[in-house]
Design a protein around this ligand. Sequence first.
Ligand code: GUN
Ligand code: ZN
Length: 439
Amino acid sequence: MTITVHRGALLHFLDDPAIAGDESYRYSEDGALVIEDGHVLAAGPARQVMAALAPDVQVIEHDDALIVPGFIDTHVHYPQLDIVGAHGEQLLEWLDRYVFPTEAKFSDKAHAREVADAFLNELLCNGTTTALVFATVHPQSVDAFFEASEARGLCMISGKVLMDRNAPEYLRDDPQSAYKDSRRLIETWHGRGRLRYAVTPRFAPTSSPEQLAAAGRLLREYPGVYLHTHMSENVNEIAWVEELFPDHEHYLHCYDDAGLLGRRSVFAHCIHLSDMEWQRMADTESNIAFCPTSNLFLGSGLFPLGRAQHHGVHVGLGTDIGAGTSLSMLETMDEAYKVQQLQGQSLTPFKSFYLATLGGARALDLEDKLGNFLPGKEADFVVLDMAPTPLLKRRIEATDDLFEKLFVLSTLGDDRVVRETWIMGACAHRRDGTIPPIH
Ligand code: GUN
Ligand code: ZN
């Protein structure tokens, strides 16, 4: 039984700031995070928390730092790491021109493993400790990703893409093989250590109704698995779905009909939903990944966060690499703020940090394990450097309160702010390079 104390400024959320206001978070300027065997034992003001501990307990001091729970990325594609920032297209053309050719390379498991290692090391550099991750249509792309995640002890959710139409022949499966391959992957990986499986139809245009029905069957047969897909991202995509599914009332209906909605279902984007679709999202406790850098980069539109709040739909932040342009959740918060500004809304930094931590854990139905520092939670956390560059040092020193400090971090911050990333109480990344990345 080893106990370690991390001493420094500490911030975590207990609820959504839009609902609970000042009661939504706990901040201790001189805080202590106590960890026992990879789990949180206690967190709070150092004087109070440390009084209950043995005097010779190991204490790690974090000066000029803010300790927060590990960031949670609720939508990202690891195979698209090598096409980030590809010029000139909107969604459907971008898929044809950049995505499908790069995803074809994942039939080679060695290539998949090399990219998975690079991707996970990038996540750790950015303070992201859990993610919901698209693989490709190839089952071996999922094996490679989970093997790389397991080697790092990470809590990750992923799954094989289901895609049996409107994609190049070399990337297509069929309803039967998709079902069989997914079953094999679920039985191998779902619930193994910290890993979870997501049934992953790419989006309605690339799955036949038979394949969506097979996805629904998997969810019924394996009640703990997730559903991960895209919805209502781009206006041409929505028009195409109307053509392909003429008997369905709206986009969401295609998924609903197949039994794909629910509290472990995550839909990326949801920019252009109708009132009926919003209501159905709420009624089924389905979740949304808001991906601002992607939505701006592909010119998809502005996500109406206020409507999600109004309907009580859980939202997390997603980087959506490679349509998104950064794996940094801080940069993602920056763009989320601007997307709300363009709609006359002002996203607070408390809400941004909530979305990147507890909000993400709620959207991924992992609140019992992750998202904050309540006792018993898994000890994944990030040590943010409050003076990482001369400009950030000046700017943060000029702030008066926590609100301003968090806003500067989210507006000017990126991976340079992430001093250390800890997984289950063990250090997995140090910006100074003293911990070598795993390959
Ligand atoms: N819709 C279907 N596939 C994709 C994808 O790979 N990225 C994004 N952003 N949207 C999609
Ligand atoms: Zn995506």
